[in-house]
Design a protein around this ligand. Structure first.
Ligand code: GSH
Length: 255
């Protein structure tokens, strides 16, 4: 019989790495309690409950504090080896960890910048990302008073016009990289690994923007995201300047 594990996961609603942690806990069959935090305020709360860092996902596991998707994956494998998230075979692990690094840094960041750029332009869709969340205050109130949080988050995440435009121009090459990893079998297998868990939620979050969804969903990368994360809260109607989306449009046409 498996020992009972006490797990408490701190997330921000709509956060892609938070979704990665949720999927990993579910894959391991570990029941957990979830604490939903408002962005920015999350940093102080995480410190107050004793985490060393200021980002979600953050997990209390039998009293131990584990923070960041990569650390959480490895701790879960240690605690409950099956199904394995980080491959044991050295060669396979090296390939998967390369894709994981890309997901952790290269992909997470531009998606965050694009999202906050859009939410700064129009806060109305914010509510849709908090669907099902328990923020401690009514969601409507949280959203109505979120202007400073959105402004700060946009600043922290460097959601400038220039960055967002560049991120959009770089997105097709990133999607190609992901499609190539799927073709090579590094990700997209029946049993998701850490790179799948890292990459799919970022793509899925990007797909909550109507502006981005067509260019992603038409490719293997998008299909993988939809398979691993069928439901993702949030929806942003078209908002990005059409000229910035040109690199993605030609991509959709080519596919
Ligand atoms: N690469 C890290 C990134 C974690 C991260 O940056 N999380 C963001 C949310 S997506 C965060 O906590 N930001 C603080 C804030 O929004 O105030 C991971 O995968 O764990």
């Amino acid at each position: 019989m498996m020992a009972c594990v006490e797990a408490q996961l701190y997330v921000i609603p709509g956060s892609h790495p938070s979704m990665a942690a949720r999927l990993m806990l579910e894959a391991k069959g570990i029941p957990y309690k979830r604490t939903d935090l408002m962005p920015v305020i999350s940093k102080g709360v995480l410190r107050a409950v004793g985490f060393p860092g200021i980002t979600v996902p953050a997990l209390k596991l039998d009293g131990r504090k584990v923070q960041g998707t990569g650390e959480i994956a490895r701790e879960l494998d240690r605690l409950r080896p099956e199904p394995r998230i980080v491959p044991e075979d050295e060669e396979r692990r090296a390939a998967v960890e390369e894709a994981e690094r890309f997901g952790d840094t290269d992909l997470q960041k531009p998606v965050r910048a694009i999202l906050w750029w859009a939410l700064r332009k129009d806060r109305a869709p914010l509510r849709s990302y908090s669907e099902g969340a328990k923020l401690g205050i009514p969601t409507g109130l949280a959203v109505r008073t979120a202007a400073p949080i959105v402004a700060l988050s946009a600043r922290f995440n460097e959601a400038t016009d220039e960055n967002v435009r560049r991120s959009l121009a770089e997105l097709p090459a990133m999607l190609q990289k992901i499609d190539d990893w799927i073709a090579a079998g590094t990700i997209g297998g029946e049993q998701p690994n850490i790179a799948d868990f890292q990459i799919a939620p970022s793509l899925r979050l990007a797909m909550t923007l109507d502006d981005l969804r067509p260019a992603i969903e038409s490719r293997p990368a998008g299909q993988l995201a939809l398979r691993l994360v069928p439901d993702y809260p949030g929806h942003i109607p078209p908002i990005l300047p059409p000229a910035w989306l040109q690199p993605l449009r030609s991509e959709t046409a080519a596919a």
